[in-house]
Design a protein around this ligand. Structure first.
Ligand code: DAH
Length: 397
């Protein structure tokens, strides 16, 4: 065993450390090849790792402990690598006699798995090296519910408390569900009110099968009636798409909540009572509602619903354009043609056409979630809801 006493380091800069530790590693390499007997191996172990007289102990005392505090990490890391190398040399020396007794096949398997273990160990060490605990951390911030999702959930829960279940449907819809079954015949001018984004390259398909981005949540009415027999009470939240240019009040993506109630003896009074009750539950009991004649292809009669202005209580202000009322949703009694389309499709699907208009009737309604959210929180630009800007969204935490 080569003798060498540990003298103080000439310096703690990286170049000096590399040089000094490389010299020690060369010594280990020279010595490890000569460890052919148990005695030699034990002498090597005591020489390097001996608790009191070992060389590593001396290095630790002289170089590591004596290092200036900002160089301790650099010395410590090289020290640990040297120690691992020495320990590995001892293990290899122990294994060598076993290897000598193995058949070539056994040896191949053994060295294969040993190499793999060594490679994994090295990888671990390298990864540990990459971790610089002095770098500032990345904080994991807790997410918050998006204001649109929050509003949608609140509206849904108002109706759930009135006995409604939640219905959902796809955002990519067929022309049949989005338009035809809802009493918008092909080429009917009512289609012009919903400028539609369509999926390309479908000219070969019949019109009713062509795919589009749903322009409203109303197709889920049809899907639900195909699946379920009456009575039905559904509240349907969802995302919808239209080919509208974005401005302060329009976005090509927006949200709606749709409602559908079908049973025996459902009248317009039920519709009025239900919506009046729901608006009071959502906006506060002082809110009044009023109904105006309107048109939707899938309801007859149809109405637009206004609520008394939630900002001025009906006196008239800038928000309600001095009228005292705010327009909020569309509604009506389900058109018999819609039940007819459902029955016909049920027959095509081999199901009973149970939506018999002599026995049952229903009402439906639909509202824009974005507008309600903007009103509730005083948001003046719809684009903010889709900007993904944390400075905006964090205000709703
Ligand atoms: N689907 C309509 C739209 O997007 C909104 C609507 C109106 C839904 C009346 C309804 C309804 O269910 O009865 O413009």
């Amino acid at each position: 065993m080569r003798e060498s006493t540990i003298t103080n380091l000439p310096g703690y800069d990286s170049a000096t450390l590399d040089q000094e530790f490389a010299r020690l590693e060369r010594q280990v390499d020279e010595e490890r090849v000569m460890l052919r007997t148990d005695e030699a191996r034990e002498a090597f172990r005591v020489h390097w790792l001996g608790r009191k007289q070992g060389k590593l102990k001396a290095i630790s005392d002289a170089w590591v402990k004596g290092a200036p505090s900002d160089r301790k990490g650099a010395v410590g890391q090289r020290f640990n690598e040297l120690k691992t190398k020495i320990e590995a040399a001892i293990v290899v020396a122990q294994i060598n006699p076993l290897l000598a007794r193995m058949s070539p096949e056994e040896k191949a398997v053994f060295t294969g798995s040993a190499q793999q273990m060594l490679a994994e160990k090295l990888k671990e060490q390298q990864q540990a090296k990459k971790l610089d605990i002095t770098l500032p951390g990345t904080s994991q911030r807790t997410g918050v519910e998006h204001p649109l999702v929050k509003t949608m959930a609140e509206i849904v829960s108002v109706f759930q408390r009135m006995g409604y279940s939640v219905g959902l449907g796809p955002e990519v819809e067929s022309d049949f569900y989005n338009f035809e079954s809802l009493n918008f015949p092909p080429n009917h001018p009512a289609r012009d009110t919903q400028d539609t984004l369509v999926v390309g390259d479908q000219e070969k398909k019949p019109l009713r099968e062509r795919l589009l981005m749903r322009t409203h949540t109303s197709p889920v009415q049809i899907r639900s009636m195909l699946e379920q027999d009456p009575p039905l009470r559904l509240i349907i939240p969802g995302k919808v798409h239209r080919n509208d240019a974005a401005d302060a009040t329009h976005s090509p993506v927006f949200h709606q909540v749709e409602g559908l109630c079908v049973d025996t003896n459902i009248t317009f009074s039920d519709l009025k009572g239900t919506l009046d009750n729901a608006m009071k539950a959502f906006f506060g009991s002082a809110v009044k509602t009023r109904f105006f004649p309107s048109f939707f292809p899938f309801t007859e009669p149809s109405a637009d619903v206004q609520i008394s202005c939630i900002f001025c209580g009906g006196k008239g202000c800038r928000k309600c354009k001095q009228s005292g009322w705010i327009e909020l949703l569309g509604c009506g009694m389900v058109d018999p043609n819609v039940f007819g389309a459902v029955n016909q499709r049920r027959i095509e699907l081999g199901r009973e056409p149970v939506y018999d208009t002599r026995r049952i009737s229903g009402f439906a309604f639909g509202m824009g979630v974005d507008r309600i959210t903007m009103m509730k929180y005083g948001i003046s630009d719809i684009g903010l809801l889709y900007s993904g800007d944390m400075r905006f969204l964090e205000q709703f935490a």
